[in-house]
Design a protein around this ligand. Structure first.
Ligand code: C2O
Ligand code: CU
Length: 473
């Protein structure tokens, strides 16, 4: 296991607030229905600051993260993906309930786009909220090299805020020259908690200070684009209010114990009222699971308040047109998560053959759903099938020693229960974190036809077999 000293942030003293402020006026692109081209290619990015060399990355549109795509609810997205990477790729639009052919899953919804070629993604955006895009081909390597970006769909009647900002969180494993450590796919990461890095960036930069004004109200859209890191953020001296999870509105509430948990793939929209004193500084800490907390960034207050009185509490966002599952008599399926170190899994089915864990590891596999370890380039029989319109309840049973953020494509679902208890605030999601020994039930209406992925969003677990397909229609 390789562990390096984190690179110093001191060399990287900069105010990210200034750069981020630009994105309130649609930075990136207001794409409307006009077609635009999004190119993926190798690039250089200054992640850590000028005292280190720029990092060789893979990037959309030449930047890390890729351009922030902003649309209005109901608009049509039309983006030609151009692959200038040295590997086949696709774009997956995480969380968007789109038509199956546009979902960007190689070998399941489309052939992978070879280097030098294009693919036109075109679909409607039915739901407002915070989404993101990333490759679905060798995701562990391609996302891990920097391919990800925010996709924001604005609701009509959005809450009044002073700034509407994205914090796209990424985690990099860098060497002392600030270059990516080329140990993607190693067995340790695969069998434990995935590729954890040593350098966390917010919008592609190691942040030192984030400039805010006293009295300011922010809508902060947190996106966890890291391969494996589960963020657990605490905004010292502040009381953030959660208003949406995975893009879907939720009753505004304070996060449990003041910690905002965002697992890979998940998003959390916060209202952050900046009530600090002029000139003061407070820390945003990450209590990253299973480790020591570190300072992610400082909120640095300017001297001039922009308003004196506090604002009334945020209202609930308008709901999206999701169809409620009928939970009175749903079709039920169990999904057992197995494998990894200390999980006790002795064997699993691989391509129709039963393999021992030792044989699986020889093929880069170590995880399974319902006893089947799937790999990307193969066709798999669906884990379950539903008729269009069926209401389903899936019971995830975590028989491993590790947490897993399980993601469903093409649908949002309700979190129905955790170990039998109804969660208070976790309403709709597209990615749900399941702790060891936990049983989590989700409910949804299978209203989107096609073969859809279901997988762990710790990308090393996904690559290691923790994925499958379900069929609707
Ligand atoms: Cu964000 Cu199947 O992925
Ligand atoms: Cu996992």
């Amino acid at each position: 296991m390789m562990y390096m000293t984190p690179l110093s942030r001191r060399g990287a003293m900069r105010l990210i607030g200034a750069a981020a402020a630009a994105s309130t006026v649609p930075a990136g692109v207001r794409a409307q229905t006009a077609q635009r081209v999004l190119t993926a290619a190798p690039a250089k990015a200054n992640l850590v600051g000028d005292v280190y060399p720029a990092t060789a990355v893979w990037a959309y549109g030449g930047t890390v993260p890729g351009p922030e795509l902003r649309f209005r609810q109901g608009e049509r997205l039309r983006i030609a993906f151009e692959n200038q990477l040295p590997a086949p790729s696709t774009i997956h639009w995480h969380g968007v309930r789109l038509s199956n052919a546009m979902d960007g899953v190689p070998h399941v919804t489309q052939p992978p786009v070879p280097p030098g070629e294009r693919f036109l993604y075109e679909f409607e955006l039915p739901d407002a909220g915070t989404y993101w895009y990333h490759p679905h081909a060798q995701s562990d390597r391609q996302v891990g090299r920097g391919l990800s970006g925010a996709l924001i769909v604005a609701e009509a009647g959005a809450p009044q805020v002073d700034r509407d900002l994205v914090w796209l969180l990424s985690d990099w494993r860098l060497d002392q020259q600030a270059q990516l450590v080329e140990d993607f796919g190693n067995m340790h990461d695969l069998m434990h908690d995935g590729r954890l890095g040593n350098t966390v960036t917010v919008n592609g930069q190691v942040p030192e200070r984030f400039a805010v004004a006293p009295g300011e109200r922010l809508r902060l859209r947190l996106i966890n684009a890291a391969n494996a890191r589960i963020f657990e953020l605490e905004f010292r001296d502040h009381s953030p209010v959660v208003i949406a999870l995975d893009g879907q509105p939720v009753e505004p509430h304070a996060p449990l114990e003041g910690r905002v948990v965002v697992a890979p793939g998940q998003r959390t929209d916060l209202i952050l009222d900046c009530g600090g004193a002029p000139g003061s500084v407070s820390q945003v800490l990450d209590f990253q699971k299973q480790s020591r907390p570190y300072r992610l960034v400082d909120l640095a207050y300017s001297d001039v308040p922009i308003r004196k009185e506090g604002l009334p509490g945020p209202k609930r966002l308008p709901r999206n047109p999701l169809s409620e599952p009928d939970l009175s008599n749903p079709q039920r399926h169990e999904i057992v998560l197995g494998g990894g170190m200390m999980g006790g899994m002795s064997h699993a089915m691989v391509d129709g053959r039963q393999l021992s864990m030792r044989e699986m590891v020889g093929q880069g596999l170590g995880w399974a759903l319902n006893g089947v370890a799937a790999s990307e380039a193969h066709d798999h029989p669906p884990l379950f099938e539903a008729r269009l319109g069926d209401s389903l309840v899936l019971g995830f049973v975590n028989e491993t020693a590790w947490p897993h953020p399980m993601h469903l494509h093409g649908h949002s679902f309700r979190v129905v229960s955790r170990n039998g208890a109804v969660p208070r605030h976790e309403n709709w999601r597209d990615t749900v974190l399941i702790e060891p020994e936990e049983r989590v039930e989700i409910g949804f209406r299978a209203d989107n036809p096609g073969d859809w992925m279901i997988h762990c969003h710790i990308l090393e677990h996904q690559a290691g077999g923790m994925m499958g397909v379900f069929r609707v229609g």
